[in-house]
Design a protein around this ligand. Structure first.
Ligand code: ADP
Ligand code: MG
Length: 338
């Protein structure tokens, strides 16, 4: 039966992101707990209908590493997407509670993400486009699954028109305006894995020449967002650096900007994007803390040349993944620790 608004009862909040909010709901006819994602679509009804048609592909997406889809419907001006509820939430929330995630668990996470990406691409020719810790979910059965992949071109367009669709997990070639490929997902996976292993976003640590930026607030005003979108299609070197002054607090709260903080340092989104393009990729550091196989794996994910970077499928046969498959890591026990 088709999913409909009247059949759902809200029982909690799961979070909010750029595109909308996510509620925990009960599907009354079946008693199933679900996650209902509410996406504000500021567009014509015909566009919302088109989005629903495109989301239909999700009914055919079945994989142990993909969050299940129950159905979608329109409640003007929103599109609601009903997904499998993952009771341990997303990996960003998890590591912020627990601190750095053990490297053996990260091996299992990497395997899950790459398996999910390989399924999406090989079976449906879908590129994820938004791999990041908040789109990798865990449940207390010890399962790790990815969500929020780009099935609907119309949905991607609508969100991009309404919000600042810039992700800091974006690959250097994407920042410079190249098309998305499955290799861009690999870059985002590499950044995410380092974040989980270190317990912080890997770019937040400043290099010495950035020290003069320490009093900046990394905020992007709506006007700058427009600028940024333009810069993404033009190439970043044509963009001016933002003026070095503080934005007022009110403005910061209102804007859809991204603020990146760590170790007392803040980078604006433009500076971050320039950094990703121009500086060496981050690594699993310090050297020797993590298994060499995991270092090699992450280094391969973060090769700046997309042609040299392996595909998700190729990464599944890297030594670290072979080791991971043979290793007994109790993910149920791990999820019971938070
Ligand atoms: P983002 O991914 O940028 O954080 P979203 O709107 O996609 O923004 O999701 C908001 C939050 O809702 C996520 O960070 C995650 O913690 C939670 N969430 C999303 N989908 C699910 C789900 N299927 N089960 C449980 N929690 C979810
Ligand atoms: Mg998400």
């Amino acid at each position: 039966a088709a999913m409909k608004a009247d059949d759902l009862r809200e029982i909690g909040d799961l979070g909010a992101g750029n595109g909308g909010s996510v509620k925990k709901v009960t599907h009354l006819p079946t008693g199933t707990t679900m996650a209902k994602k509410i996406v504000l679509i500021d567009a014509k009804p015909s566009v919302r209908k088109q989005i629903l048609r495109e989301l239909h592909i999700l009914h055919g997406c079945h994989d142990p590493h993909i969050v299940s889809f129950y159905g979608a419907f329109v409640t003007d001006p929103n599109v609601c997407i009903c997904l499998e509820f993952m009771d341990k939430g997303s990996l960003d929330g998890i590591y912020k509670k627990t601190g750095p995630i053990p490297i053996d668990v990260i091996g299992k996470i990497a395997f899950s993400v790459l398996s999910g990406l390989t399924y999406l691409y090989d079976v449906h020719r879908i590129i994820h486009r938004d791999i990041k810790p908040s789109n990798i979910l865990a449940n207390s059965s010890g399962e790790i699954k990815i969500c929020d992949f780009g099935v609907s071109g119309e949905l991607i367009n609508s969100i991009a028109d309404t919000f600042v669709g810039t992700s800091t997990y974006m690959s250097p070639e994407r920042i410079q305006g190249a098309q998305y490929t499955v290799k861009s997902d690999v870059w985002s996976t590499g950044i995410s894995l380092i974040e989980l292993a270190l317990g912080r976003f890997p770019f937040a640590e400043s290099s010495s020449d950035d020290s003069d930026l320490s009093d900046l607030e990394g905020t992007l005003s709506p006007a700058r967002a427009g600028n940024l979108r333009m810069s993404l299609s033009m190439g970043l070197d044509q963009v001016e650096r933002r003026p070095k002054k503080k934005t007022d607090k009110k403005d910061k709260r209102k804007s859809n900007g991204v603020s990146l903080q760590g170790g007392g340092m803040t980078m604006s989104i433009l500076e971050l994007l320039q950094h990703i393009v121009n500086e060496p990729a981050p690594r699993l550091t310090p050297e020797g803390r993590f298994p060499v196989e995991s270092e090699q794996f992450v280094d391969a994910c973060l090769l700046k040349d997309p042609d040299a970077r392996p595909t998700p499928k190729e990464l599944l046969s890297f030594q670290w993944m072979l080791d991971t498959k043979n290793k007994d890591v109790d993910l149920v026990a791990w999820t019971a620790t938070f």
